[in-house]
Design a protein around this ligand. Sequence first.
Ligand code: ZN
Length: 128
Amino acid sequence: MKHLRLLCILSVMYCGTVNAATIQAAGMSVSACAPALAIINKLDYPGDWKVMVVGEKLWRDGHFASGLAVTDRANHVTLIRAQAFTDLHLTGKYITPRHVLAHELGHIVCDCNDEWKAEQYAAAYGKD
Ligand SMILES: [Zn+2]
């Protein structure tokens, strides 16, 4: 995943550890991590996983497209767009950040790119 390299060069700030998963902020202030920490605390992310909350400018610069999150299973990293926490209609339809993080966890659990399976997981665990 070439975009990860971009994030590595930039200063990534440590936000906290939840159930052993590490939460970091990239291109934004650490104080904005609180909602991510609260959500991941309720989800069963693997202990060796890293979740990065990515600021909008960095997200656009990284060309992560119009999506809300990206998961790199090989490197155990999930990137979530910071704006997903503040604008729940960002994609044109209402999606909560918990649903987004549960969907990404669905990919991790099934270890697949199957969007249907990820959505099934999010439907089961992504409710606020
Ligand atoms: Zn997906």
